[in-house]
Ligand binder design. Sequence first.
Ligand code: SF4
Length: 731
Amino acid sequence: MVLKELKYDVPELSKGYAGKTLYINLDTLEIKIEDVTEEMKEKFIGGKGFDLYLMWKYLPKDKRTKWNDNENVLAIASGPLGGTSNFPGSGKSIVTGVSPLTGIIIDSNAGGYFGPFLKYAGFDALAIQGKSEKEVSIYINGEEGKIIVDDAEALPSETYKIGTILTEKYADDERDRREISVVSAGPGAENAYCGCLNFSWFDLKRKYVRYKQAGRGGTGTILRNKKIKAIVVKKRNVRTQGNNPADLEAVKKVGRKHTDEMIALDSKQNEMRTLGTVHLVPIMHEFDLLPTKNFKYGRFDNHENIGKEVYRAKFNKGPDPCWKGCAVGCSHGVSNFECKTGPYKGQLVSVDGPEYETIAGCGSNWYVDDPDAVIEVNFYCDTYGLDTISIGTGIGFLMELYEYGILNKERTGGLDLSWGNAEEALELIHQIARGEGFGKIFGMGIKKLKKYFVEEYNLSEDEARLVHDIGMESKGLEFSEYMTKESLAQQGGYGFALKGPQHDEAWLIFEDMVRNNMPSFEQKANALWWFPMWRTSFGLLGLCKLPWNDIVPEDNREFATGAIEKDGMKVPDDLADPAKIPEHVLNYVEYYNAVTGKNINSVDYIIMSERVYNFQRSMNLLLIPEGVTYRDLDSIPYRAVGPVTEEEYLSREDEYYLKQLKEESEVDVTNLSTEGKMKELRKIREARYEKLKKAVYKRRGWTDQGVPTLEKLKELGLDFPEISDLVKKHQ
Ligand code: SF4
């Protein structure tokens, strides 16, 4: 039954923009189409910038909005460069909302076709506020110019089922299925705070609906809390010309250049076209960075069992793009996989993944070396709408508590969560989807679990400290799957990330730890300014970051250091660092200028990101609880900084810890006991983290409490009265 319908004129795109946003209020069933102003484009660019702009517009300013308040806004956008098929990775959607896990703004991106289709259907961004009384679906028909809110009580919420049903429903024939994209979550997202959003596309070759996830921070939980089963968009013939770039030939030229390079170099470098991010498993193991047993260790003896050769044999063959024309084509999957557990037991299913994060989080981190178990976890997390990173890190935490006896069968309702027990971990995941047993408790996420375990089990002071030290969350978000203990810069990369510890904001481990390219605090602070700002740009423009640094020009170092010029171009001073992949940065700047008709350089490009970055940091002040400061929120658990347990210390003592103790301790450590050395090391490492925090805040133009200064806001053109007033209260 149609609950509300609105007809609209589908606009032509101009220089990457549709020029309109769509607002739907599920309390009132109001549907509003609003203009995108020049100021919006100038200051907020698109993508995450537009999402945040709409959140700011609609969130109340006189109260702290919680994730499950009707006022929470779920926003989804593409970006001005989104939806072209010439330049690799131009199909991302970015989602924002007030997160159930962190209570502040989460942003998370996904492939699939939704964002680009939404834009070509007429909307640069979609914002949904309010909460429906009954289950609904939302259909945006970009062919006929119609928005429909439909009764969806009878539809299943499981991702693969609902995606297939709605794709068939709205397609005229089989080919037409490719013109439809569905966003959904699943039953797990109804019972856990780490619900993800699944973004679909129809795989014409394999003839089934496939998915990419906006995994982080519980955006799927918000969707289900609003009683939305799915959001569907339909738009035919989405291609580069339709984006009406200012200079089509220039877009084609730079796109061809970047594409040719991906194709030519991938097989010599990371094999993304064959393996995707799975190639990282052996590398992370080799450099002691692969989270193993809840981030205790960085090496997993059985890593080859869940390594690239095993998945090479299991993955469907050939490049597998999640967006039209992406030459990287890293979205690999497994067809005809037979499930061994749960509601699909004995059935053959198709699985999108696993990617590195799922393998590390739900493989090595659980001490699981069964590649099929990881595939099955991947399948069920997608089906139920659960983030595999939060699930991986969360269950790793439970398994360690089980090892220490803080959890036992009595407390888990009979689950044996010993290391390596994938079957019981899967049962826990099924419990989440059913909303029962220990699964329901686990669904609250690590941050709340820490408090729950301490209080519910009346833990001793030592046990409580252990629980806090080993629960791998910051700001309430579970860590993504890289070890940070020996990289101070990456500790900051996680700890000072706006939304919580996710590597899409800063990934500095190699430069810091392996290449030792940033020995001073100032150099680390500089990197923790430039890289997060650079990476923010992908979310503003509708782009995937993998084509930036997963395949690099063969003469990257020579160009970056000024040893050579290319196409008459010299590396600009601001990019003279091989880690920035300067030639690629210049490609992106050229691409941006060619679409929008602007003429900016690489410094301007970073500033446009810095503006939105500071906007998000300022907006979060609306949401953080009274008495909590950014300094508190930017903390990380000690497991991310150094060794918590003796065995963990001893496993790296010679390689890392003794050297640091000898160089930096003010006391003679030679005669200290292991416990004494660990205490001394902790003192040193925690002080270094705090020192880095101070340096980063300063570099970013923030107060020593981590709040953007009024001067910084002015410099960025963000000194709107409401923002300035908010920030002033926290100076
Ligand atoms: S690089 Fe991979 S994840 Fe990114 S758009 Fe291309 S296929 Fe999708």
